[in-house]
Design a binder for this molecule. Structure first.
Ligand code: HEM
Length: 398
C-alpha cells in the first residue's frame, strides 16, 4: 500500500500554498493524510470546505480524546473555543457565541473605527519620522491590534507590551511549559481585571459580560471569555498586516492602483485575507472531528474521524476564483473567502479585523509611497512553531 501524504507539507516559499497541497486539490476534494498525531481526512476544495464548515455533524471536540496526544497550545485553543469536551461542546459553544457576538455591536465597531484610523495615522507619522531601515512589524503591525484589544477589554494601554507577548507564548507548540505558564499569566491578569470591573465598570466587553444573565456569570467564566477575545484578537491581525504588506509589495501594479485610489482598500483587504498563507500552510487548516457519519465527494467519513479543512487551499481553488493565484483588486463580486472560517464558528472579530486592515491599507502606500523591503523576502522567517505563525520582523525602507 502507498504511504499516506504526511502533514505538514514542505513549502519552499515564504508565503503561499505548499505544492503537495495543490497536487491533492487537483486530484480530488478529499484525501487521507498522516499527521503527527493521527491520520485524518484533508479537504482542499472550496465547495466542500465551505459545506463542511457549516455542517453541524462536525465539531471541534474529539469524541475519542484518549487516542492522540495533542500539544498543550492546541488544547488551550480548543478550550478557549468551548470545543475541548465532546460532552459539553453542543451547549457550551452556543452559549459562548450568545455572550460574545453581541459585544461586537455596530455601535462599538463604529466608535472603534475612528479611534483605529487616528491611531494608524499616528503610527504612520512616527514611522515616517524614523530613519530607515525600520521594522514595520514593530512600528505598525504589532501596536495597532494590541491597542485595539486593550480598548475592547478595557485594559490599560500601559500593559500593551506585556500583553503583546501572551498569544505567542500561549500558542507556542514547541514548548508546552512556556505555553502553560504564559496562559496562566493571561488567566490571572484577566481574572483580576474582571474583579476590578465588578466595582468599577467601563465601556468594555468585560464590564458588559459581568452584567449578562442577571449578573450571574462567575469571574472564572467571564475571564475565560475575556482570554479568548484577548488571545484570538490581536496576533491573527498582526500576521495579516505583515503578510498584506508583503503581498502588496510583490504586486507593484496593484499597489500603485491602491495608492492612487484608497477606495480600493476593502477589495485589497479581501484579496490579502484570501491569499495570506504562510509557512508550511498548516496554520490554514481548520481542525474538526466527525460527530456522526458523513459522505464527502463519494468518500465516507466515519464518526470519530479527524477532518482538516484547508481554508488556505480552498481560497485559491480555481473552481471558485478565476486566476486564483493573482492578487486582483478589481475582481467582480468574488465569492467570500474563508480566511475567517464560515458557519458554526465563523470568526467573531471579523468586522473589527476588517476595520483595522482597511485603515492600514487605505493609508500605508499613500503615506509611504517608496516603501520597500530592506532585506530579500526569502530571508524572512515564518514562525512555524506558533499556531498563529507569522513573522517576527519586516525590515523596510521608504
Ligand atoms: C485577520 C484577523 C483574523 C483572522 C484571520 C481570524 C480567523 C479566524 C478563524 C479562521 C476562525 C474560525 C476557527 C474555526 O472555525 O475553528 C476564528 C474564530 C474566532 N475568532 Fe477570529 N480571526 C481574526 C481576528 C479576530 C479578532 C480581531 C477577534 C476578536 C477580537 C477574533 C475572535 C475570534 C473568536 C472568539 C473565534 C472563535 C469563534 C467560535 O469558535 O465560535 N478573531 N477566527
Amino acid at each position: 500500500m502507498n504511504e499516506l501524504p504526511k502533514l505538514p507539507f514542505d513549502n519552499p516559499a515564504v508565503m503561499g500554498i505548499a505544492p503537495q497541497m495543490r497536487t491533492l486539490q487537483k486530484e480530488g476534494p478529499i484525501a487521507r493524510v498522516r499527521t503527527a498525531g493521527e491520520d485524518a481526512w484533508l479537504v482542499t476544495r472550496y465547495d466542500e470546505v465551505r459545506k463542511l464548515l457549516a455542517d453541524r455533524r462536525l465539531g471541534l471536540s474529539d469524541p475519542k480524546p484518549e487516542r492522540a496526544a495533542k500539544n498543550t497550545a492546541r488544547l488551550t485553543m480548543m478550550a478557549l473555543m468551548a470545543g475541548d469536551d465532546y460532552d459539553t461542546e453542543a451547549t457550551e459553544h452556543p452559549l459562548m457565541r450568545e455572550l460574545l457576538v453581541p459585544r461586537f455591536s455596530t455601535r462599538r465597531m463604529r466608535l472603534m473605527k475612528s479611534r483605529i484610523e487616528s491611531h494608524v495615522d499616528e503610527l504612520l507619522d512616527q514611522l515616517a519620522g524614523s530613519a530607515p531601515p525600520v521594522d514595520l512589524h514593530r512600528a505598525l503591525s504589532f501596536p495597532l491590534p494590541t491597542m485595539v484589544v486593550c480598548d475592547l477589554l478595557g485594559v490599560p494601554l500601559a500593559d500593551q507590551e506585556r500583553i503583546g507577548l501572551w498569544a505567542r507564548g500561549t500558542f507556542d507548540q514547541s514548548d508546552s511549559e512556556h505555553s502553560v505558564n504564559t496562559f496562566q499569566q493571561v488567566v490571572d491578569y484577566i481574572t483580576e481585571l474582571v474583579i476590578r470591573k465588578r466595582t468599577d465598570p467601563g465601556d468594555d466587553i468585560l464590564s458588559e459580560l459581568i452584567a449578562q444573565k442577571g449578573g450571574s456569570l462567575s469571574d472564572e467564566y467571564i475571564a475565560r471569555l475575556g482570554c479568548a477575545v484577548l488571545l484570538f484578537g490581536y496576533e491573527t491581525t498582526i500576521v495579516r498586516i505583515d503578510m498584506g504588506v508583503l503581498l502588496m509589495l510583490r504586486n507593484p501594479d496593484q499597489r500603485a492602483q491602491l495608492a492612487k485610489n484608497p477606495g480600493l482598500a476593502p477589495a485589497a483587504v479581501e484579496e490579502i485575507l484570501r491569499l495570506a498563507v504562510g509557512g508550511k500552510g498548516s496554520n490554514a487548516l481548520i481542525p474538526r472531528y466527525a460527530h456522526s457519519d458523513i459522505t464527502v465527494g463519494g468518500t465516507s467519513i466515519r464518526a470519530g474521524d479527524a477532518v482538516l479543512l484547508a481554508i488556505g487551499a480552498a481560497n485559491i481553488d480555481s473552481r471558485a476564483y478565476p486566476d486564483s493565484d493573482l492578487l486582483d483588486l478589481t475582481r467582480v463580486k468574488p465569492r467570500t473567502h474563508m480566511a475567517f472560517g464560515h458557519g458554526t464558528r465563523h470568526c467573531i472579530g471579523r468586522v473589527l479585523a476588517r476595520i483595522e486592515l482597511t485603515a492600514v491599507f487605505e493609508r500605508l502606500f499613500r503615506r509611504l509611497p517608496d516603501l520597500q523591503l530592506a532585506v530579500p523576502e526569502e530571508s524572512l522567517r515564518w514562525q512555524e512553531h506558533r499556531i498563529t505563525g507569522g513573522f517576527d520582523e519586516i525590515p523596510v525602507t521608504f
